[in-house]
Design a protein around this ligand. Structure first.
Ligand SMILES: Cc1cc2nc3c(=O)[nH]c(=O)nc-3n(C[C@H](O)[C@H](O)[C@H](O)COP(=O)(O)OP(=O)(O)OC[C@H]3O[C@@H](n4cnc5c(N)ncnc54)[C@H](O)[C@@H]3O)c2cc1C
Ligand SMILES: NC(=O)c1ccc[n+]([C@@H]2O[C@H](COP(=O)([O-])OP(=O)(O)OC[C@H]3O[C@@H](n4cnc5c(N)ncnc54)[C@H](O)[C@@H]3O)[C@@H](O)[C@H]2O)c1
Length: 462
């Protein structure tokens, strides 16, 4: 059995940078990847989807630039080219990442599936058919999530799409039924609508984006419908059948009413679950919760000293920047003798619909539940000079502030560059800059950030 200093399972958003840092510190590292270096983010997640969102936005602009006085005589979608551009960008990122691991003399990159066979012993079923047993005192599990496939009659008999397989399409589907009304469903739903598909989107809860405030979710619902997407909440698909012509017949339960619908494709976007079953964690005594997420403490260590779980698999917020932050926490603690925890770290995120939703901190609903003496500053984008000038007036800005201390507690920016505007406020929140100072801060005119003056002017306390 080969002994390493460090074993990393999964070359995702935490595993790959950690391997490089550990190797730089002189440790002998084995990193095991069953599929593709870079994990979900690079290969099936952020990079490919945001590349396609950009193509979809170009199509959207081509379709409406007449309003700006620019005449375009029709446009068409070249899905094969859109896919090729995405594949090139993904490949560039993946291969750079892979090369940096392969070129490091202290790192062994093993392509295969890892599982535990004993206390701190890992078996790797290598992709070439061989297997290897390895051990290390320090083990980091970074295996990420996989798509949840809901138990719906007939779903397995149709060639349904997931967020991974949809990225292989080279033609634009005629009609996609999207199951799930949150990040994946909304991003893909809007982008394929802009590519020319008919989209029907089902959300089983009472509204899409159920974790957001109702006004924010309502605004998104409205602009999706405005673009021609049919959004059904309180709705589930109950049965799928393929007819003799290869068309999919879907049976839907819409608020208790049964309806039939014919579609060409079904995209499953109903959530993601941890890839822990195959790891045989019990062989090393590692505890998981009832959903299969690995339990960790605030320094990301499991119940077994020396074994850590990083990124999506530990059940924290499932974002690339959080997986990356997990890496920085363990690296700085273990190699730089710092004493960092994951407690109280900010969790910003951005949903890349267009307009984007940039979010950080608490929602109004959460402020209410926590009994905080809060106030809400809100501004529609149609009142923002920059938005009017560029013709992007859909959306709103909303900030939850503490009425006593004037601290900003949470922000939702639904705007063309909502993620960037939110980040300006995140910096203010982290730096303790209260809203009354931002109200009179001098920002360049006419930027989106300048509108933060007006956002906080709506709180008329001074
Ligand atoms: C469609 C989509 C779009 C997204 N867009 C965004 C976005 O815009 N912004 C954002 O912040 N987040 C986004 N995410 C989420 C983001 O991709 C994840 O949060 C992030 O990739 C998590 O990183 P990770 O390192 O925890 O896991 P992953 O990146 O999933 O990496 C885990 C790796 O482990 C490997 N692995 C699993 N099991 C084993 C095993 N037994 N042996 C060996 N290797 C194994 C996997 O093959 C994978 O490569 C998106 C996700 C999806 C699906
Ligand atoms: N921009 C981003 O940061 C980004 C983009 C994509 C994905 N992600 C990450 O990926 C993860 C997964 O995203 P997701 O959208 O698949 O999952 P999700 O869990 O965020 O949302 C799934 C939605 O589907 C609904 N649903 C579940 N079962 C259903 C059913 N049978 N019929 C109808 N609706 C059903 C749920 O009520 C929920 O609204 C997220 O947690 C997110 O962190 C992030």
């Amino acid at each position: 059995m080969k002994q390493y200093d460090v074993i990393i399972i999964g070359a995702g958003q935490a595993g790959s940078p950690l391997a490089r840092k550990m190797a730089k510190a002189g440790k002998k590292v084995a990193i095991i990847e069953k599929r593709l270096v870079g994990g979900t983010c690079v290969n099936d997640g952020c990079t490919p989807t945001k590349t396609w969102v950009a193509s979809a936005r170009a199509a959207y602009l081509a379709g409406r630039c007449n309003n700006l006085g620019v005449q375009v005589d029709g446009y068409s979608i070249d899905m094969a080219q859109i896919k090729k551009r995405k594949d090139d960008i993904v490949m560039h990122s993946r291969s750079g990442n892979q090369k940096s691991l392969e070129d490091d003399p202290n790192i062994d990159l093993l392509f295969g599936e890892a599982s535990f066979s004993g206390h701190k012993v890992v078996v790797v079923n290598l992709n070439d058919g061989a297997s290897a047993e390895i051990t290390a005192e320090m083990i980091f599990i970074n295996v990420g999530l996989q798509t949840v496939i809901p138990d719906i009659e007939g779903l397995n008999s149709i060639d349904y799409l997931t967020s991974t397989s949809i990225l292989e399409l080279e033609t634009v589907p005629q009609h996609i039924l999207v199951i799930g009304g949150n990040y994946i469903g909304l991003e893909f739903g809007q982008m394929f609508r802009r590519f020319g598909s008919q989209i029907t989107l089902l959300e089983r809860g009472p509204r899409i984006m159920s974790h957001e405030d109702e006004d924010v979710s309502h605004e998104v619902h409205n602009f999706l419908e405005e673009e021609g997407i049919a959004v059904f909440s309180n709705t589930e698909a109950t049965k799928f059948e393929k007819d003799a012509h290869g068309r999919i017949q879907a049976t839907l339960n819409i608020s208790g009413r049964t309806e039939q619908m014919e579609v060409s494709h079904v995209l499953v976007a109903a959530g993601r679950k941890p890839q822990t079953k195959a790891l045989n964690l019990q062989a090393s005594g590692i505890e998981v919760d009832d959903k299969g997420f690995i339990k960790v403490d605030n320094k990301l260590q499991t119940n077994i000293p020396g074994i850590y779980a990083l990124g999506d698999v530990n059940g924290g917020p499932a974002f690339t920047h959080i997986a990356y932050n997990d890496f920085t926490v363990v690296w700085r603690n273990l190699l730089m003798n710092e004493d960092l925890t994951t407690e109280d770290r900010p969790v910003p995120y951005c949903m890349f619909t267009d307009p984007q939703l940039g979010r950080v901190g608490i929602t109004e609903e959460e402020a209410k539940k926590q009994g905080i003496n809060y106030r809400v500053a809100a501004l529609k984008m149609k009142s923002v000079a920059r938005a009017v000038e560029v013709g992007e007036v859909r959306g709103l800005m909303k900030a939850i502030v503490n009425a006593d201390t004037k601290e900003i507690l949470g922000v939702a920016i639904l705007a063309e560059e909502g993620g960037e505007i939110m980040s300006v406020l995140q910096m203010a929140m982290q730096g303790g800059i209260t809203y009354d100072r931002i109200r009179y801060c001098v920002f360049a005119h006419p930027t989106y950030s300048e509108s933060l003056n007006n956002l906080f002017m709506t709180l008329d306390d001074k």
